[in-house]
Design a protein around this ligand. Structure first.
Ligand SMILES: [Mn+2]
Length: 335
């Protein structure tokens, strides 16, 4: 029976300086490691297809070295005989960087609304999809769905792959819910023809349902990209199709580094008392923790400078300061 691996929002290249200024653990390798783990899982499972739901890269303009690191992995994966379909996300500006690596016949990506046909273990599949619509998907989606519809075969399992916010999706520490708006696809606009909807973009893993109860799978990101995701389990989905063409799916978790808030609650601090307070709170934490300092009295924020913090925090950890642009993660937190 056919097996499909669906992962998304790998944000490769995030915090991956090519010439790091100091010996310090970076977060970039964690993203590559989890990407590798998902692909290894697909190989061990002997999956028939891998789908990537977009935001393969962490931003639009990616250094060529990072592009090669990513495409080489995808190319080698395709060489193992498993096809991979990619939905360009918002961080790719809805199109992927051009490369010879991507000419591999088993690497497919949506450059317009289209359908890739597969025959997996004797079953016909139509993998429909379209690159991320960055503006006004609410009004554009119905036309995209109409454009795709005539390309779908009658007797096939139909999946729609995208990278969008869909009504009802939740994210963030206070469970922000997308209710609507010009950049959100409405549940009522999802066509009835499909057996499964697959989407990237929302970093929290979750399942929603269309009006006719068709599942909408968000696998979420493979690592935490921001503190807003600090309590979320990360991973990807394994999708199984039985001989009677029933679809089932299972979340496969990945290991992630702990993200921990350090509350500095005193009204007054000296460098010495601040150091003491921090050391006391971090002594027993896992050595790969990612810390966020939260000062009650922001008047002392100047004490939390890089030299001070690097002097007391292990280089195996990462840190950032609430209310300040991150010291180590110079990234937008946009999903
Ligand atoms: Mn993303």
């Amino acid at each position: 029976m056919p097996k499909i691996i669906f992962l998304s929002d790998t944000h490769l290249g995030f915090d991956y300086p090519l010439r790091p200024k100091k010996e310090k653990r970076r977060r970039g390798i964690d993203f590559f490691n989890n990407f590798d783990k998902a692909l290894e899982y697909a190989q061990e499972l002997q999956a028939d297809l891998v789908i990537h739901g977009g935001d393969l890269f962490f931003r639009t303009l990616v250094p060529p070295t990072i592009i090669d690191m990513v495409y080489e992995r995808i190319f080698n994966f395709a060489e193992s005989g498993i096809p991979i379909v990619i939905v360009p996300g918002n961080h790719e500006s809805s199109r992927l960087p051009v490369s010879l690596f991507m000419q591999h016949p088993l690497i497919l990506y949506f450059s317009k609304p289209e359908v890739f046909q597969f025959r997996l273990k004797g079953i016909d599949f139509d993998m429909a999809g379209f690159p991320c619509v960055r503006k006004e998907v609410l009004s554009k989606f119905p036309d995209i769905a109409k454009e795709i519809a005539p390309k779908l075969r009658k007797e096939s399992i139909k999946l729609l792959c995208m990278h969008q916010s869909i009504e009802g999706a939740t994210c963030g520490p206070s469970d922000y819910t997308f209710r609507g708006g010009k950049d959100v696809i409405l549940i009522q606009d999802l066509p009835e023809d499909y057996d499964l909807f697959l989407s990237g973009h929302i970093h929290r893993s979750q399942i929603l349902y269309s009006a006719c109860q068709t599942p909408i799978i968000y696998p979420g990101s493979i690592e935490r990209t921001a503190f807003a995701e600090k309590d979320e389990t990360k991973g990807f989905y394994e999708i199984n199709i039985s001989e009677s063409q029933e679809i089932s799916y299972e979340f496969i978790p990945l290991e992630t580094r702990p993200m921990i808030d350090i509350f500095l609650d005193k009204n007054l601090y000296t460098a010495a008392t601040l150091k003491e307070d921090i050391l006391q709170q971090i002594t027993n934490l896992p050595s790969d923790s990612i810390l966020r300092f939260k000062l009650k009295n922001n008047a002392f924020i100047k004490l939390l400078n890089v030299r001070f913090l690097d002097g007391i925090i292990s280089p195996t950890m990462n840190y950032q300061i609430a209310g300040l642009r991150s010291l180590t993660l110079k990234n937008k937190t946009q999903e």
